[in-house]
Design a protein. Sequence first.
Length: 317
Amino acid sequence: MIKMNHTCRICKKPNIKRIDVNSASYTACSNCNSICKILTLDEYNALNPDYGSEDIIKGLDVALIKNILSIEDKKKFISSVLRHMEWGPDRNINKIDLLDIGCGMGGYLVAASELGINSFGIEPSKDHYEATKEIFNLNIINGYLTENKYPHQKFDIIILSHVIEHIYQPKDFIAMVMKLLKTNGVLVITTPNANSLLSKASGKYWSMLKPVDHVSLLSKKSFQTMGFDFTAQTSEYPWEFLAGILSVFLRALKSLKKDISKNKQGISMTMSMRSTRKDRFVKFILTFLSLPFYLWATLWDNRSCLIIKIKQDSHFS
């Protein structure tokens, strides 16, 4: 890494170093533990990422699609959020309104609907939007979130699942989202943990640096320096560390051979591991070999996925 004289885009402090990854460069901040892509706002607005993950579900039956989208896991996640919410005297799940920003293929919307929650989504990808409407007929709109997108509606739960890393100015974006929450509502953010054991072990070959529009990779300290009052935890699949390291090894090998291909985004290793007998065996081996690292990351709460919960207060009303 190369020392730089610029300031961090997240905390505005000068303690940053430069990481060069293929044709892109990033700042790594020692003050807030963020990793930010170096680009101007105009360059950011000109990004045109190709996700294309709707192809993976074309022609499949709905039950298999729900399995691919991990609907049962998402129902458990939403239920855990509900358990920690402050409910009114007329506790009724049918009165809960949930908004998923950047809802992708609609996994959280399907899960919320099956729990009896009123679910709404917004998705910028036209392909994702059309596939989701066709398969699930969800209450979803195509576009980007703006200040006046929901002028007469507020929500009990807002989900930003693997969205904030795509945002150039996370603090301003979160402040805008918080205005859409009802009193005692909760914003739930999941994002790659820039301070995780896996990210540190992977270095410049960390897979989260590969997507062209991963411009703001954050840590718990990043959210602290942005001034938010939040609760945080981390999570990780038991097999994820070794799977990630194997991915690092393959990327490093490709780099040495100067044969790095431009892979499409959107199909994660989680999605590619279908529940066949062979894949279950592979997961078992990866889990066994990853166990010491998984336990270490769990002990120090620096697993690969960061979960941030911010409760609405008068500051954002």
